[in-house]
Design a protein around this ligand. Structure first.
Ligand SMILES: Cc1cc2nc3c(=O)[nH]c(=O)nc-3n(C[C@H](O)[C@H](O)[C@H](O)COP(=O)(O)O)c2cc1C
Length: 270
């Protein structure tokens, strides 16, 4: 339901023009309303609420006062610095992040975009480094079994160089990270391939802006698919599947410079 305060409404129609699903119409008095027969198409994206210059519009129980005031954006060079200096962190301090940092990281997940604005991602955050021991030990014993049976070399020939290290107990999967976040998605979500990766890409950049080290963990995605015990430990809601996994924690390493830019083959202008 959309509620418009007629005293505050400027009748500027910005909300109507910005509605992706065109469910807002102007009444004879110029005040926008949500056509009842179209309500089912509303994505609840809150663009109408966000764009309203006078804060006249509330949307499905959300009032303008409930939304953060516009903050100063990072300058383009600051944003570019963040992109250039973001590195995969594989060396972590053996400590939990401060709880306020953890809370800030979790709270920021609320602003991840999702396809069709279907916000039904599930995030499992390993907040205590002691819990990582379960994943580490279970994955390590699985990998050791795969190595002993020769299966490992067959399915992951590139791993051959690391077999001795894995057998020796090196944590090549979780890199001794104290924390991990798993983004899971309903099997039936309209954009199930993209949503988890986008969510953790946002998480990644925000974490690195806070000085938190991060690393994508494609290996963990594989491990969870192969090992029931690991997957069960995640306690995903029914019908959900693992999308993306990221390690994070206080970094034990810092970088003196950015890397050399990758030369993508951008199409040249004709
Ligand atoms: C989809 C994806 C999966 C990845 N999986 C892993 C992984 O399992 N373990 C790991 O150490 N790094 C992983 N990475 C990190 C890449 O290896 C890393 O981005 C690359 O080496 C470049 O380093 P940079 O991130 O510091 O620029 C992954 C990256 C992506 C995008």
């Amino acid at each position: 339901m959309i509620i418009v305060n007629p005293e505050k409404c400027l009748r500027c129609s910005k909300c109507i023009k910005d509605c992706i699903v065109e469910v807002l119409k102007a009444g004879s008095d110029g005040i926008p309303f949500l056509a009842p027969e179209l309500e089912k198409y509303c994505l609840n994206c809150q663009h109408c609420l966000a764009i309203c210059p006078s804060g006249a519009l509330s949307c499905h129980g959300v009032t303008p006062e409930m939304c953060p005031a516009p903050g100063k954006r990072p300058a383009p060079q600051e944003m570019l610095n963040l992109l250039q200096m973001r590195r995969s962190c594989r060396l972590y301090k053996d400590e939990n992040l401060p709880s306020d940092t953890m809370t800030a990281l979790k709270n920021a997940l609320a602003w991840t975009p999702t396809g069709c604005n279907v916000h039904n991602l599930f995030f499992r955050v390993i907040e205590d480094k002691e819990e990582m021991a379960f994943f580490r030990e279970e994955t390590s014993s699985m990998l050791k079994k795969l190595i002993k049976t020769g299966i490992m070399s067959l399915i992951y020939p590139r791993f051959k160089r690391y077999l001795a290290e894995i057998m020796g107990g090196k944590d090549v999967v979780y890199r001794n990270a104290p924390h991990m976040i798993i983004a899971a998605v309903p099997q039936k979500a309209p954009c199930k391939e993209a949503d988890p990766w986008i969510a953790l890409s946002y998480f990644d950049l925000y974490a690195q802006s806070l000085g938190v080290g991060t690393c994508w963990c494609g290996f963990a995605v594989h491990a969870f698919k192969w090992n029931r015990k690991l997957k069960k430990h995640l306690r995903l809601p029914p019908g959900y599947r693992i999308g993306a996994v990221m390690l994070f924690g206080a970094p034990a390493v810092s970088y003196a410079r950015a890397t050399n830019p990758v030369n993508f083959n951008l199409e040249e202008e004709k």
